[in-house]
Design a binder for this molecule. Structure first.
Ligand SMILES: *Cc1c(COP(=O)(O)O)cnc(C)c1O
Length: 373
């Protein structure tokens, strides 16, 4: 073997270092996407990093948290909050619906000491979306800190932390933005910074620390990065933001909304006992559509069969116990297209037919096409 290194440069390697100015400009682009004047911190990991970091930074033994559960992520947030020593009041909504602002107000009336609210905007895992604008109004009346997981909603539907009074808004690029999974961002209000500064348990000198980023990056005017940046992921995030800006955020969101409407209409027309998992259209997330498998036919088996005949269809069975009854159509990012919706309906129709059920694939495709227009 030659002892000389290969002279061939590789597109993922041999990159010039990502500068602090470039990193800051990508943060500014995220802020524009969120229409926010708040500080935006990009964190060097998958969205669970700022999701966990924000909770551990802002909540502690003195916190009384209202934790809304409309899917698996809400359950995880409750566990983190309890682990921080917070008193947690769980408000669970069945996975086929959304939570209402009225339910939030009732919880405040019952527990006036609530000073923190955690909510998932849209859940890709359960296919529902919550009315954050209305809930935000209720949270403001209470004066509580408002924490929002917008990972599955950003790019698929409006996410407006300033207008809605969200103090900690976490996003990731891997769903409707069609970007990388390895970096994520959180917008932080002045109130949230003050809460963290007053929290003796807030992580410091830790990967989870938001205060470290404030002290070592934001307060210094974003001149020097505290760590080596995740360069490839930052470049991918920048490219994905550029693509959204070029297409127009409204157009990107409209594609997701149409994909959801077309999938729901198609599933209803398909028959065979398949139906939208989330009953109400307005409570169905634009990012992904969940369907209820006919009784007696496990969803996971239908998905395996459907993917055998079309491996490219963006289908998955629900996670955990939901694998029996829930089919997920993940029509986000590059799959927020009419083609992906058609492919999903056609191959699911085939799987239902081979399970002995009567389906109308042509009717489903026509209904999906009409809903898309
Ligand atoms: C997808 C998603 C995340 C990010 O988690 P991954 O499963 O690792 O992609 C966080 N929150 C919500 C609501 C999500 O849908």
């Amino acid at each position: 073997m030659s002892e000389e290194s290969s002279a061939v440069t590789h597109p993922f390697l041999d990159l010039t270092p990502l500068t602090a100015a470039r990193f800051a400009s990508i943060e500014d682009r995220v802020a524009r996407l969120l229409r926010t004047e708040q500080d935006v911190v990009i964190m060097q990991g998958e969205a669970l990093l700022p999701l966990e970091g924000a909770i551990r930074s802002a909540a502690g033994p003195g916190t009384t948290a209202l934790n809304v559960i409309t899917g698996p992520y809400g359950q995880t947030f409750g566990d983190w909050l309890r682990d921080c020593g917070a008193t947690v009041i769980d408000l669970a909504a069945p996975f086929h619906t959304a939570v209402t602002a009225e339910q939030i107000r009732e919880a405040f009336a019952e527990h006036p000491q609530i000073d923190f609210v955690s909510l998932v905007h849209a859940e890709a895992a359960t296919g529902n979306t919550n009315p954050v604008a209305e809930i935000g109004e209720a949270v403001r009346e209470q004066g509580a800190l408002f924490y929002l997981d917008a990972v599955a909603s950003i790019g698929a539907e409006p996410v407006l932390p300033d207008a809605w009074g969200v103090d900690l808004c976490v996003i990731g690029a891997q769903k409707a933005m069609g970007g990388p999974a390895g970096v994520s961002a959180v917008s932080v209000s002045e109130r949230a910074w003050a809460r963290m500064a007053a929290n003796p348990g807030a992580p410091r000198r830790s990967y989870l620390s938001l205060l470290d980023w404030k002290e070592r990056w934001l307060d210094g005017g974003r001149k020097a990065l505290p760590h080596a940046p995740a360069q490839l992921e930052m470049l991918a995030l920048e490219a994905c933001l550029e693509r959204i800006e070029a297409d127009g955020l409204d157009a990107v969101m409209a594609r997701h909304r149409r994909a959801a409407e077309a999938t729901r209409a198609g599933a209803r027309a398909l028959g065979g006992g398949l139906e939208p998992y989330v009953y109400e259209d307005r409570e169905a997330a634009p990012v992904a559509t969940t369907l209820r498998a006919p009784s007696g036919v496990p969803a996971s088996e239908l998905v395996v069969r459907a993917l055998e005949s079309d491996p490219a269809a963006p289908l998955a069975a629900g996670g955990g116990a939901l694998a029996k009854e829930m089919i997920r159509v993940n029509h986000y990012g590059v799959d927020a297209t009419q083609g992906a919706v058609r492919a999903s309906l056609a191959t699911l129709g085939g799987a239902l037919a081979s399970a002995g059920l009567r389906v109308d694939v042509e009717g489903a495709l026509r209904a999906a096409e009409a809903a898309w227009r």
